[in-house]
Write a protein that binds this ligand. Structure first.
Ligand SMILES: NC(=O)c1ccc[n+]([C@@H]2O[C@H](COP(=O)([O-])OP(=O)(O)OC[C@H]3O[C@@H](n4cnc5c(N)ncnc54)[C@H](O)[C@@H]3O)[C@@H](O)[C@H]2O)c1
Length: 336
């Protein structure tokens, strides 16, 4: 971590989170763990029914899994949950985390910008709405960025910081520094592109996976098995380019010549996922998705996945991106 990072004190940077659904709750948890005072705004009253409970549960599990040392109360004293946007007045950074709907996000930005200082940063956790479009809905587009988290935000190391056409890149660089204190391994996307980086990669895979099943090449179970046992073994440590380096770039070059023309590149939403959605399926959350679940099975998948997220984080932390560089540096020093 750079010297610049050491000078940033999270306790002196109040952060607002607006929208306390699945992601808003885990983002608030992450910020509390990092030491920020957090104002969590519920844009709809029903958020108040579950937000504190969810955050408390995240903190409890974080302690049980060794992610934090203190009890939930230690962190919760830095949290205000409210329906009042005026409580955001001192926030230096606000993270909007409402449903993926441009009009709703626009009305939320309007309410936020009524109260925050002109130099405070405003960000969105949007999955797919271009930042250049969202920032046009704000009064100060230069201070607007995408902050794209991965669920559960308090355990995952992923964070994309996305600049829109009008964002001031230097302020994006500040968010990049700050997010190291949230225990992230961030990515700064300097130029806006639909889907940012990760969703472009992932949706290429979702589309091909569905294509293979729809056309009878393999079952859903087999496609999942293939992904888990091949990509699943290297992704967390090395990503894509280092993987090709590790296993021989030339072979990839040869295979690309023959394989790329055969990959699916359709632009319609595929029938397989359309059928699930039209039948009301949402996956584990309502026990109906690509797989069918009894309520007990759905609960077990949810709990087991939650446990796994803590364990894979632990494992990944043993292999930080700069591990080898550090070892090389040590070797060099020993040989001097
Ligand atoms: N779920 C994920 O894994 C994930 C990952 C990355 C980004 N995102 C993005 O994060 C955002 C929130 O997603 P989520 O999964 O937390 O959704 P969610 O459905 O759990 O929560 C949505 C929240 O939006 C707010 N909301 C709902 N209706 C509203 C209205 N009419 N006016 C104002 N606010 C309203 C509420 O606070 C609600 O809790 C979305 O933009 C989504 O695309 C989600």
């Amino acid at each position: 971590m750079s010297d610049q990072n050491n000078q940033i004190k999270t306790s002196e940077i109040p952060v607002g989170v607006v929208g306390l659904g699945l992601m808003g709750s885990s983002i608030a948890t992450c910020l509390l763990i990092a030491g920020h005072p957090v104002v969590a705004v519920a844009p709809i009253s029903s958020d108040l029914l579950h937000a504190e409970k969810r955050i408390r549960e995240h903190l409890l599990k974080s302690k049980a899994n060794g992610l934090v040392v203190n009890d939930p109360e230690f962190y919760l004293r830095n949290l205000i949950i409210t329906e009042e946007y005026t409580s955001l007045r001192d926030s230096q950074l606000v993270i909007e985390c409402t449903i993926e709907n441009k009009d709703i996000k626009a009305s939320v930005y309007h309410k936020i910008e009524e109260v925050i200082a002109p130099e405070a940063l405003l960000t969105s956790n949007t999955s797919a709405i271009p930042i250049s479009i969202l920032q046009k809905l704000t009064r100060h587009p230069e201070r607007f960025f995408g902050l794209h988290w991965a669920e559960p935000s308090h355990t995952t190391r992923f964070l994309e910081i996305i600049c829109g056409d009008q964002s001031k890149v230097e302020r994006g660089e500040y968010l990049y520094q700050l997010s190291h204190l949230w225990r992230k391994e961030p990515i700064l996307v300097r130029k806006d592109i639909p889907g940012f980086i990760t969703n472009r990669l992932m949706y290429a895979m979702y589309r091909e996976a569905i294509h293979l099943v729809e056309n009878g090449y393999a079952t859903i179970e087999d496609v999942d098995r293939s992904c888990r046992n091949n990509a699943g073994y290297f992704m967390t440590m090395v990503g894509i380019f280092r993987w090709m380096d590790l296993t021989g770039v030339q072979a990839y070059h040869t295979v690309m010549q023959n394989l790329l023309p055969t990959l699916y590149n359709g632009t319609e939403v595929p029938k397989l996922i359309d059928d699930v959605v039209k039948a009301g399926g949402n996956g584990v959350s309502n026990a109906k998705g690509f797989y069918d679940y009894t309520p007990e099975e759905a609960k077990l998948w949810e709990e087991t996945f939650s446990k796994f997220t803590y364990q894979i984080r632990e494992l990944a932390l043993q292999y930080p991106a700069d591990l080898i560089e550090k070892q090389l540096l040590k070797l060099k020093e020993e040989n001097l």
